[in-house]
Design a binder for this molecule. Structure first.
Ligand code: SF4
Ligand code: SF4
Length: 215
C-alpha cells in the first residue's frame, strides 16, 4: 500500500512512478518556473495529508481522481485553444465498446449506487447488469462495434451516464474535438473514422488509470 501511495502522489506531476523517472522529473522541476514547482509541492502535500487520514482503496481512488481533475485545470488554457466537444449527455462513445473497469473503480461505482439508490433498486440493477453482459460477452471487438450495444450504465432516453461522477478513467480519457466524427464513427465499421483528439486529457487520465492499477 505504501508503494501505491507513493505512486498516487507522483501522479499529480503526471510522471512515471518509477524512481529514476521521479528523479528526472525533479531535475526538470528544478529548471522550471516557480509556479510549477509550487504546484508540485502543493499537490504532494495534499496527497500526503489525504493519505494520512485514509489509505483505503476507495480513499486512494478518490484522491487520484481529485488530483487528476486538479491537474486537468492546468490544461484549460490548452483546451481553450482546441476545445473538446465532449459534454455530459453526449454518448456516441458509450456504445459498441468494452468498458474496462479497474477494481478501485468498481468499488467506487458500487459505493455511488448504494449511496444514491434504494437497496431493492441496486439488486434489480445488479441483475440487469448480469443479463446485459450476456449478449456482448462472446463478441469480438468488431462485432461489438457493429452491434452498437449500449453501455449498461447509459440511460438511452436522455443519453446520460447514470454513474457520471464515478465513471471509470477509460471514459474520462476518451475525448473528441468533433462530435460529428464520433457520430460518423458510430454508424460505420470500427476504426474507419479518425476522431480528432486532444492529447493532454488522454495522457493525464491514462496516467491516472495506471496509478489506479497500482492501488
Ligand atoms: S468522445 Fe465524442 S461522443 Fe464521446 S462525449 Fe466526446 S464528443 Fe461525445
Ligand atoms: S460508464 Fe458512463 S461514460 Fe462510460 S461508457 Fe458507460 S455510460 Fe458512457
Amino acid at each position: 500500500m505504501r508503494a501505491a501511495a507513493e505512486r498516487a502522489s507522483l501522479l499529480v506531476v503526471m510522471t512515471d512512478p518509477i524512481g529514476p523517472a521521479r528523479r528526472a522529473v525533479e531535475e526538470q522541476l528544478a529548471e522550471s518556473s516557480p509556479a510549477l514547482r509550487a504546484f508540485f509541492e502543493q499537490e504532494l502535500a495534499h496527497a500526503q495529508a489525504a493519505l494520512a487520514v485514509d489509505r483505503s482503496t476507495i480513499g486512494l481512488r478518490v484522491m487520484i481522481v481529485a488530483a487528476a481533475d486538479r491537474v486537468a485545470h492546468q490544461l484549460e488554457p490548452l483546451i481553450g485553444e482546441h476545445p473538446v466537444a465532449c459534454k455530459r449527455g453526449c454518448s456516441w462513445c458509450c456504445r459498441g465498446i468494452r468498458v474496462e473497469v479497474l477494481a478501485p473503480e468498481a468499488l467506487a461505482i458500487g459505493q455511488l449506487l448504494r449511496s444514491s439508490r434504494a437497496p431493492e433498486a441496486v439488486t434489480l440493477l445488479s441483475r440487469a447488469l448480469a443479463t446485459a453482459g450476456g449478449p456482448a460477452r462472446d463478441l469480438s471487438a468488431a462485432e461489438r462495434w457493429q452491434a452498437q450495444l449500449p453501455c449498461a450504465f447509459l440511460d438511452e432516453q436522455s443519453g446520460a451516464c447514470t454513474i457520471y461522477d464515478a465513471r471509470p478513467m477509460v471514459c474520462r480519457r476518451h475525448n473528441s474535438m468533433d462530435v460529428t466524427a464520433c457520430e460518423r464513427a458510430a454508424s460505420g465499421p470500427a476504426q474507419s473514422t479518425t476522431i480528432p483528439r486532444l492529447a493532454g486529457p488522454e495522457i493525464l487520465y491514462g496516467l491516472s488509470q495506471a496509478a489506479l492499477g497500482c492501488v
